[in-house]
Every structure is written in structure tokens, then in C-alpha cells.
Write a protein that binds this ligand. Structure first.
Ligand code: PLP
Length: 411
């Protein structure tokens, strides 16, 4: 589980996994495409239904329950997240909703960071109160006294993003875990922005969720998610009476699991390059005196904190933000890059091999009211940039600098 220097390295953890060969000795795992599974003895069926036998013993029941290919992907993800188990879902939102609804019953309460992905905000702020009677108090996760004050007797979970979307505020996972645990609640960390570089479970998180749609898949061609946690928690998600994955049905398809599984081995390499380029661009923008936000920069408010939490060698992530003052200027900048230079795409999402850029306030954070966006620190001209690794660095920088010049930023 650790590298030679004794520190946790997710790539070493992945390599420690027993290799899953294909059915005929293939070097890649097989896709188990069956939706239903047979048994040799009829008496095994009730054992499967009662949960007395299951995937660890090589017994499977039905495709919406555990599937061998999805189970293998779950093990890869559990290895890099250093949790006892993991399971993949049809989307990141499927994972987040399943984890939250598994922990919370009607009438329960959640404390959440106030800068989270817009869909998560809407789930907590609008959907869960209306559909399940679960309410949420949103707080600034860097204000630990405010986080502590937000807890109530019925708080079941503290929900944060490791590096928040889109503000890049970094959560102090050990401190937040201590607060949650003092109140008997679980800490759920969305680690979508920082796979490999952060391992929240090593820092005290109880449950780690991912949108695999982003860096882990890396090709912007698959919507997917995952929940990583204890074997017991993953088992609860599949419970035939009360399991949110089993009953709300957001489990992943085997073909999708195979595709993503093929990209996990080079995730570490990709993250290193995303981080290297993000750092280089952010540093140059900072040197130009532009309002760039990147937690790898020494002047980022949580830089020292992030540096104290990261796994060595993966940098500080592939996303940075640039405040261009107004949404009109932000839009002109992105149009210039995409349409004149062929650099990147005006599109939501992140973690693609090419650059993706969006003006957060009018896109992925538009679920927040203007006041909530102000409170969360999302200015109207803020462009979130997920830097890709196509093209040469200097070619891309020249294009970036030219687009900045076009919109009147000093270069
Ligand atoms: N978590 C974060 C941090 C995200 O940015 C997103 C999507 O942008 C999600 C979760 C939701 O993931 P998905 O689109 O795979 O459902």
C-alpha cells in the first residue's frame, strides 16, 4: 500500500491488487455482460438473497446488485482511495445521492461546504428537503467554528469537496473529520478534483465519492461515479430492503466499468501532467499580476494546508481559475482561445485530455443564487480552466497569452 519511502502512494496500492485476468487468460479483465447469474445448487439462491454469500465468495445475483466487472473497478478505486471497498455508479450524482441517502433518514440533517458542485448544491438545498425531509446547513468549510456551530443532534454527515468546485477552496480534511466525529457524524469527501494527489480516507474521511466522468476516466466520453468506504457501508448500499444503490438503481453497467478500468492504470501519469501544466500556467499568470486561483501557488490561502495533505509527486491538481472581471470579458477570452487558436473547448466538466473552460457563475454554479455565489466567492467573470495536455506547453501558453491580450489583460 505504500511506496518505498513508507508513504502512501496510490500507484503502489494499485499494483498491490491481485491482477484480474480475462476469462481465457487475457491480460485484461473480461466484461461480465450478463444481467443475471445462475447457480449450481438451488439452495445458493436464498443464501445470495440473504447476503450470506456474495461477490467476495464469487457469487453474484443480479446486475443491479453486484457485477464482477464493476466489482473489479470498485476494487481499483478502493485501492487508490485506501478504503476497504468501493463500488461504481452510473454518475457522480448517483454516487453522491446514494451515499447521502444511505446515511440520512427522513428528518436528518447534513452540514455541507458552501462551495460545492451546483448539482450537489441543488440536491442538498432543494431535492433532499422536498423529497426526503433531509435538510442541509451550508457553511464556509475554512471557518471551523462555523462548521462546528452548524451541527445539530440529528446531523448525520458533513459533506465537503476536497478541492472545491469551482473556487478551489481546500478542505482541511483532518480537522473536519475531527469535528464530524465529535458529533457522531460521517465525513463524506468528494475527491473528484484531486484523485491520486489526495487520499481523504488517510486523513480521516469516512466515505469518498467521485465523479469518474472527470479525471479518473479522462476522455470526456463516459458519465460515471463511485462510492468508496468500508466493506460494511458498500454492503449497506446494496441491501435488498434499504440499499440506495440497489433500490434507486444507480449501479454502473459492466461495459462502462471495463472501459473505465482500462484508464485507471495511467491515471497517475495523467494527473502528474495535468498538475505540471496547471502549475506552470498559474505561475506565469501570477507573475503577470493577474487574479489567478490555484492551490499550488504559494499565495493560495490553503496552499500550505494542501501541501501538508498531498501524496508526494502528483502536484496540486489540473484546475485553476482566472477572474476576468466581467462575464462578457470571460466569454470573449474563451471564444478567442477556442475559435481562433483551437485551444480547448468552452464546455463544462473537467479532467479531459484537452482543455475545458467555463464561466462558473453562469454555468456549473448557476444553481446558486447570486447572493450564494457572492458568499461562496464566485465572481461573475471567473473562468474555471481544466488544463489539458495536448499540444506543447509553449504553443499553448503563446495561445493563452494572445487571447489574454485580445481581452485587454496585461501580458
Ligand atoms: N462532483 C463534482 C465536484 C463535480 O464537478 C461534478 C460534475 O461536474 C459531480 C460531482 C457530478 O458528477 P456527474 O456529472 O458524473 O454526475
Amino acid at each position: 500500500m505504500t511506496s518505498a519511502n513508507g508513504k502512501f502512494d496510490p500507484r503502489a496500492a494499485l499494483a498491490d491488487l491481485r491482477h484480474e485476468f480475462g476469462e481465457h487468460g487475457g491480460v485484461n479483465l473480461s466484461i461480465e455482460a450478463s444481467t443475471t447469474f445462475t447457480v449450481l445448487e438451488a439452495e445458493t439462491m436464498p443464501e445470495l438473497f440473504s447476503g450470506r454469500v456474495g461477490p467476495e465468495g464469487g457469487c453474484y445475483l443480479y446486475g443491479r446488485h453486484f457485477n464482477p466487472t464493476v466489482y473489479t473497478l470498485g476494487k481499483q478505486l478502493a485501492a487508490i482511495e485506501n478504503t476497504g471497498a468501493g463500488y461504481a455508479t452510473a454518475s457522480g450524482m448517483g454516487a453522491i445521492a446514494a451515499a447521502l441517502m444511505q446515511l440520512c433518514d427522513a428528518g436528518d440533517h447534513v452540514v455541507s461546504g458552501n462551495t460545492v458542485y451546483g448539482g450537489t448544491f441543488a440536491l442538498l438545498n432543494s431535492f433532499l428537503p422536498a423529497k426526503a425531509g433531509v435538510t442541509t446547513t451550508f457553511v464556509d468549510v475554512t471557518d471551523h467554528a462555523a462548521v462546528e456551530r452548524a451541527f445539530r443532534g440529528n446531523t448525520r454527515a458533513l459533506y465537503v469537496e476536497s478541492i472545491a468546485n469551482p473556487t478551489l477552496v481546500v478542505s482541511d480534511i483532518p480537522a473536519l473529520a475531527a469535528i464530524a466525529h465529535r458529533h457522531g457524524a460521517a465525513l463524506i469527501v468528494d475527491n473528484t478534483f484531486s484523485p491520486m494527489l489526495l487520499t481523504p480516507a488517510n486523513l480521516g474521511a469516512d466515505i469518498v465519492v467521485h465523479s469518474l466522468t472527470k479525471f479518473i476516466n479522462g476522455a470526456s466520453d463516459i458519465i460515471a461515479g463511485a462510492v468508496c468506504g468500508t466493506q460494511e457501508f458498500i454492503g449497506e448500499l446494496m441491501d435488498l430492503q434499504l440499499g440506495t444503490l440497489m433500490l434507486l438503481g444507480s449501479t454502473m453497467d459492466a461495459r462502462t466499468a471495463f472501459n473505465i478500468s482500462m484508464r485507471v492504470p495511467h491515471l497517475g501519469l495523467r494527473i502528474v501532467e495535468h498538475s505540471r501544466r496547471a502549475m506552470l500556467f498559474a505561475q506565469r499568470l501570477s507573475d503577470l499580476g493577474l487574479p489567478v486561483v490555484y492551490p499550488g501557488l504559494a499565495d493560495h490561502p490553503q496552499h500550505a494546508l494542501l501541501a501538508s495533505m498531498v501524496n508526494e509527486g502528483y502536484g496540486f491538481g489540473g484546475v485553476f481559475g482566472l477572474d476576468l472581471g466581467t462575464s462578457a470579458r470571460a466569454e470573449r477570452f474563451m471564444e478567442t482561445l477556442q475559435n481562433e487558436h483551437g485551444f480547448g473547448f468552452m464546455a463544462v466538466s473537467l479532467g479531459f485530455f484537452d482543455t475545458l473552460m467555463s464561466c462558473s457563475g453562469e454555468t456549473t454554479s448557476s444553481e446558486l443564487s447570486e447572493a450564494d455565489r457572492r458568499e461562496a466567492g464566485i465572481p461573475p467573470g471567473y473562468v474555471r480552466i481544466s488544463i489539458g495536455y495536448t499540444g506543447s506547453v509553449e504553443q499553448r501558453w503563446a495561445q493563452f497569452a494572445s487571447a489574454l491580450e485580445r481581452v485587454g489583460a496585461p501580458v
